[in-house]
Design a protein around this ligand. Structure first.
Ligand code: NAD
Length: 366
């Protein structure tokens, strides 16, 4: 199958859909890969590496966008979507449910478009799970950014100049990003605690060497193992527990999300002001409105001497590894939908069927 990789055009996006190592594997499996010149440059993958891996390089986007299967990180612009070949396939983070205009173009062009956001969270689909691969990196980087924004260090230090106590780090939301944040903060020597509304994660939190903040009757588990929104009484109990816990924390990482809902507000301005000056809050939910009342998406603000970071698209700041993991996710997708050298789409397939946003002229819903 002819697979196209255009250069990403979204502002600030440094990732690339395929890395040379994965191009080589696709070429070995009989696919012809065409990559737009410069597509991997910002992620540390020069054109020569793609050529050596067996890709052909194209000076513009037209050729890769015209391929039978187009692989991207971010969703195409309307103009890019219009350039797709009628009846071709596309895989990218398509923001399903948020960009009706794009879905309409893709349906009109009879594109089979796979939304990476819709990879089912099942064991069989794990290799395709780009939400997890990218969230893992975001969780790691959140701790690094928070540590750099603090005026104290994370580990305990005993020196001739005295002893420094280890920092305390609290992680709200122990999903994929939160668990990686816990592991990273632990490795850097912080004393870590965490909270999640899914009681099942308490064991995973403890196995990483962190304490689980117990909040009585605050469990809220919804469909598919995801969190549900808290009821009013639960919200109050969580707020009271956090108000008691946060004054002693030096670094707070928030990652709480409820699918289909705005990010829950967990950290109030009063809680931020209760932390010691020189502390930091890193809000990974900034894109969905934020878990902290002080968060300004994409910015760092200072509140009572506490830095509040609302970084957007952290994986793009680690473009080499983010692209490497994303490309592996896409390779697994190609193995599902194009194993026989052409697109084979079965709407009943547990993976491909769940991921298709548009097919045969129709917009599909979840
Ligand atoms: P997510 O990004 O949707 O949410 C992050 C975390 O925030 C979740 O752990 C959630 O429980 C938590 N949260 C929501 N509201 C909260 C609140 N008010 N207070 C505190 N925490 C709150 O989650 P995710 O990282 O994408 O993971 C979602 C689920 O999918 C998890 O159950 C995870 O284990 C599961 N998962 C399964 C697979 C697989 O089996 N292949 C892969 C990845 C994730």
């Amino acid at each position: 199958m002819r697979i196209g990789v255009p250069r990403e055009t979204a502002p600030g996006e440094r990732r690339v859909a395929l890395v040379p190592e994965v191009v080589a594997r696709l070429a070995k499996a009989g696919h012809a890969v065409v990559v737009e010149a410069g597509a991997g440059a910002a992620a540390g993958f020069p054109d020569a590496a793609y050529a050596a891996a067996g890709a052909s390089l194209s000076p513009g986007a037209a050729e890769p966008l015209g391929a039978g299967l187009v692989l991207k990180v971010r969703r195409p612009s309307p103009a890019e979507a219009e350039e797709l070949t009628e009846g071709a396939a596309l895989a990218a983070f398509l923001a399903p449910g948020q960009d009706a205009a794009l879905a309409a173009i893709l349906a009109r062009r009879r594109v089979t478009a796979f939304a990476m956001e819709w990879v089912p969270r099942t064991t069989r689909a794990q290799a395709l799970d780009a939400l997890s691969s990218q969230a893992t990196l975001a969780g790691y980087l959140s701790v690094i950014l928070g540590a750099a924004a603090m005026t104290r260090i994370l580990p305990m230090l005993t020196t001739a100049a005295g002893t420094l106590a280890p920092a305390r780090c609290f992680v709200a939301g122990a999903g994929v990003a939160g668990l990686q944040a816990i592991a990273t903060a632990r490795r850097l020597g912080a004393v870590v605690s965490a909270f999640d509304v899914r009681p099942a994660v308490a064991e995973q939190v403890r196995s990483l060497g962190a304490a689980f903040l117990e909040v009585p009757r605050a469990a809220a588990e919804g469909a598919g193992g995801y969190a549900a929104e808290l009821a009013e009484g639960q919200r109050r109990r969580v707020a009271e527990a956090l108000a008691r816990h946060l004054p002693a924390q030096d670094l707070v990482i928030t990652t709480a999300q409820v699918p289909g809902r705005p990010a829950p507000l967990l950290v109030t301005e009063e809680m931020v002001r209760s932390m010691r000056p020189g502390s930091a809050v890193v809000d990974l939910a900034a894109e969905g409105g934020g878990n902290c009342a002080c968060t300004r998406p994409g910015e760092t603000v200072e509140v009572g001497g506490v830095a509040v970071l609302g970084p957007l698209d952290l994986p793009s700041r680690l473009p080499t590894h983010a692209s490497q993991m994303y490309a592996r996710n896409l390779l697994a997708l190609v193995e599902v939908v194009a194993a026989e050298g052409r697109l084979v789409f079965d709407p009943a397939d547990e993976i491909a069927g769940a991921m298709a946003l548009t097919h045969a002229g129709e917009i599909r819903r979840r």
